[in-house]
Design a binder for this molecule. Structure first.
Ligand SMILES: C[S@@+](CC[C@H](N)C(=O)[O-])C[C@H]1O[C@@H](n2cnc3c(N)ncnc32)[C@H](O)[C@@H]1O
Length: 279
């Protein structure tokens, strides 16, 4: 396998985010930032990143594959006239996040980020301080009313104008018992008739599942149950939507552009992506 381009874990000063953390408690959202080449991470985050990559070398590649899809799909949505975004399970809004991508061509874009992790929410709000066109909600996707009824969302977005709902690499945190297809439909219905949905989902990949089990065994750190899904199962999640071109496809093959990493070896990534509209 080609080594993913993981940055070296030096204790370097911040180069991107103003709020580089000094936290002693590692956080997987900061690990993700590290794999994306950001600087909102600390030495403990980078140590955790190295442990993960030892067992699951495909993880940084997967993270960047999802992030590259986010860039392509947000760019497409902006080109289609969308100026408002609701991002489910956002993580830290650092390198290449929604507002950054959207505002490259439309500075007026508004973004509502959401996450269940209070540490992620608190640090993200610091990172976004002073940006009046973003809000960061502390919300659980399984409780759509926490998002749809939020005064911050209702104050920032005009639901008479198109909104894009983004579910990028997050629905594996939502088991079938929580009815993710219904949650997506409820969120989309609450965001207006022109709501579009962009979704990428990590696949049900034995190599990845074994690698995460190995990590858990070696470091005695139990991981939550992840609902990784096959493309057929992801298609079921989209039952309330009409998938638009190019369909539900492997993530790097969703309208690749010049910046898409050329390595499309299916062993290096797992999962599918789609853009859809409400039926
Ligand atoms: C794998 S990360 C993906 C982050 C981001 N979407 C991206 O593509 O970089 C998943 C994020 O979802 C959040 N999350 C997990 N379960 C959630 C839930 N039930 N509601 C909201 N956020 C959740 C986690 O805290 C984490 O930040």
């Amino acid at each position: 396998m080609t080594n993913p381009k993981t940055p070296s874990p030096a204790d370097s000063p911040p180069i991107w985010a103003p709020g580089t953390t000094g936290s002693e408690t590692p956080n997987t959202a900061r690990v993700r930032d590290y794999w994306l080449g950001g600087s909102h991470n600390s030495a403990p985050d980078r140590r955790l990143a190295e442990q993960f990559t030892l067992c699951a070398p495909q993880l940084p590649y997967l993270v960047r594959t999802h992030r590259n899809f986010l860039r392509r799909v947000v760019t497409r949505l902006v080109r289609d006239g969308v100026r408002q975004f609701v991002d489910l399970g956002s993580g830290m809004p650092t390198v290449g996040n929604v507002h950054e991508v959207a505002r490259r061509s439309a500075p007026e874009c508004r973004v509502v980020y959401t996450d269940i992790d209070p540490v992620v929410v608190a640090e993200s709000r610091e990172l976004l301080a002073g940006d009046d066109l973003t809000a960061y909600l502390h919300a659980d996707i399984r409780r759509p009313e926490q998002i749809l009824d939020s005064p911050d969302l209702l104050g920032l977005l005009d639901l008479n104008e198109p909104v894009a709902l983004l579910a990028i690499d997050v629905l594996h945190h939502v088991p079938d018992s929580a009815e993710p297809a219904r949650l997506l439909t409820t969120c989309a219905e609450g965001l207006g008739p022109a709501c579009r949905l962009a979704l990428s989902h990590t696949g049900c990949d034995e190599l990845l599942i074994d690698a995460l089990r190995l990590y858990s065994d070696i470091y005695s750190k139990p991981l939550p149950e992840f609902a990784f899904r096959s493309s057929a199962e992801v298609r079921d999640l989209l039952a309330g939507f009409e998938v638009t071109e190019p369909g539900l496809v492997p993530i790097p093959l969703w309208l690749p552009d010049d910046e898409t990493e050329p390595d499309q070896n299916p062993e290096h990534f797992s999962g599918c992506a789609a853009l859809a509209r409400r039926r």
